[in-house]
Design a protein around this ligand. Structure first.
Ligand code: SF4
Ligand code: SF4
Length: 505
């Protein structure tokens, strides 16, 4: 891998009179071509000869490559500065508002003992791990201090339905506050569905709460990982997936846009069964799947040996499953792979999806906050999980005592912003994927002992570099069907049904 920017303009100009006023770019060999990108997020594939020609400034005035460079905003004198300024303002719009995602851990209790989740749960009979009504109100008060015009409260756990009265209370209290605050308010619930019943569901549908669940694949795979000693986890989950989707259909809502979201956790057992996994999702009416790797932090050696895998193995799984998803689409089955969709929206859609973990700077403290059941505040949910293993370095305050401004501008948040701003990271600053990538200080801290990572031997970078290389190769080789598919994935559609504007209650 080589990293260097363009030759200085003065050097180019002495090579001949066809001066190319190239703006800084980064490059990498991909799929037999040279990929170049700039800070605005544009890219071009060049042949080796074209690349040499631009390095030497050796390009005739009527060479069509000039037009491609101009269209890609690589030529300083041809740049439409107003258009670029507007684009960058849009791309970094998130910097002008405070945290929009507020993760509420309403309890640590859970009736499942999933193999990969020992650290973040408590037994159902364990006391003192539920959020109280009083703490819940202080958390909502704190969340409403955000300067962001949109505000999502996401219920997490443990299993949030194990503390149902507090979930309900938070929703009602937040709606009341919003009558005055007038934010675009959304609620999301991450649940294993095992404690769902018709009454709760009717309430959640009525309050337009987005519902997300976990589904690890066919029954044997799912039940082997998501252990529930009092029931059949897979069958229960699937049953509720059907019922919830049916509610949306009966309400006349577009099933492409409104359906329960399901997320798989990919373990070593999943790696051999990628095709089966996506087909299982498709058969259940799911139209997207998020192929995310598992971060095995804080695991004992035994669990790691049973569930863990190398990043090479994950990338091989990702590539193979992605290609299968493209084939399914070719055969008429709608299915989106969400990591690719996120990255395509940045690379070819020119849209910033504001996904907080692949963004520069990342969302820690400036895009999201996590609220522990006891009212302690963390930079993000991953930072809270580090606290569960006994290290509170990502704690940034306590609701009820600490002031919003002090929390979001605390030294910890500032450090996280610095550590996740790619321009300041050796390795990333010169990487061709920098315009679309993001790093995770919590991951760096857990893997390498410092929030400032060493990208050369980081598995986080290895994953992103591997996925970017693969997706860029797919873009480079795409036939018209694939290009149209990728364009479709790159165009996010909003879900206005879930948004509560200030309502008269
Ligand atoms: S994390 Fe890796 S792939 Fe991403 S910008 Fe940094 S060096 Fe490039
Ligand atoms: S520190 Fe990591 S997990 Fe936390 S918001 Fe940043 S990228 Fe996400």
């Amino acid at each position: 891998m080589t990293h260097h920017t363009h030759l200085p303009i003065e050097l180019l100009s002495v090579r001949g009179n066809k001066v190319l006023d190239l703006l800084p770019f980064r490059q990498r060999a991909v799929d037999g071509a040279v990929l170049i990108s700039n800070d605005f997020g544009d890219h071009l594939f060049l042949s080796n000869d074209e690349y040499k020609a631009i390095l030497h400034g050796d390009l005739a005035n009527d060479d069509p490559l000039r037009d491609r460079l101009k269209a890609g905003n690589f030529l300083a004198r041809e740049l439409d500065r107003d258009a670029i300024t507007a684009r960058l303002q849009e791309k970094y719009r998130f910097l002008r508002a405070g945290p929009s995602l507020h993760i509420f851990v309403v309890t640590l209790r859970c009736n499942h003992t999933c193999q990969y989740c020992h650290a973040s749960r408590a037994r159902m009979d364990q006391p003192d791990v539920d959020m109280s009504i009083e703490t819940a109100e202080r958390c909502v008060d704190f969340a409403f201090e955000t300067t962001s015009p949109s505000l999502t409260i996401e219920f997490q756990g443990g299993e949030p339905l194990a503390n149902w009265p507090v979930v309900e209370h938070i929703i009602e209290y937040a709606r009341q506050k919003n009558a005055l605050a007038g934010k675009s308010l959304m609620f999301a619930l991450v649940t294993n569905l095992s404690l769902m019943d018709e009454e709760k569901l009717a309430y959640l549908i009525d309050r337009r709460v987005q519902i997300c669940t976990s589904l690890d694949g066919p029954a044997d795979l799912h039940d082997g990982q998501r252990i529930w000693k009092d029931g059949k986890s897979h069958d229960t989950t699937v049953d509720w997936i059907h019922r919830i989707n049916q509610h949306y259909v009966e309400a006349g809502m577009d099933p492409h846009l409104y359906h329960i979201e399901a997320l798989p956790t990919i373990t070593r057992q999943t790696l051999k069964r990628g095709h089966e996994l996506v087909e299982h999702y498709a058969n259940l009416g799911c139209r997207s799947i998020f192929l995310r790797n598992l971060d095995p932090f804080g695991w004992g050696a035994a669990v790691k040996n049973r569930l863990g895998y190398t990043m090479e193995d994950f990338l091989a799984f990702y590539r193979d499953t992605f290609l299968h998803i493209v084939e399914m689409n070719r055969n008429g089955q709608d299915m989106v792979e969400r990591t690719a969709a996120l990255l395509f929206s940045k690379i070819i859609g020119n849209v910033e999806p504001n996904y907080l973990d692949i963004r520069s700077p990342c969302g820690a403290g400036i895009g999201q906050l996590a609220y522990n059941h006891d009212g302690r505040l963390f930079t993000c949910d991953e930072g809270r999980m580090v606290d569960r293993s006994g290290d509170d370095c990502f704690q940034i305050g306590q609701v009820g005592t600490d002031n919003y401004r002090e929390v979001v501008s605390s030294p910890t948040v500032r450090s996280m912003v610095m550590a996740s701003t790619l321009e300041g990271q050796p390795g990333c600053a010169n990487c061709v994927y920098k315009p679309w990538c993001g790093v995770c200080p919590v991951h760096n801290y857990c893997e390498q002992g410092s929030i400032h990572g060493r990208m050369a031997d980081s598995t986080y970078c290895q994953k992103h570099m591997g996925i970017f290389d693969f997706l860029m190769e797919r873009i480079h080789r795409a036939d018209p069907f694939e290009m149209a598919l990728f364009q479709r994935w790159a165009t996010p559609r909003g879900q206005p049904h879930y948004v509560h504007e200030a309502e008269a209650l």
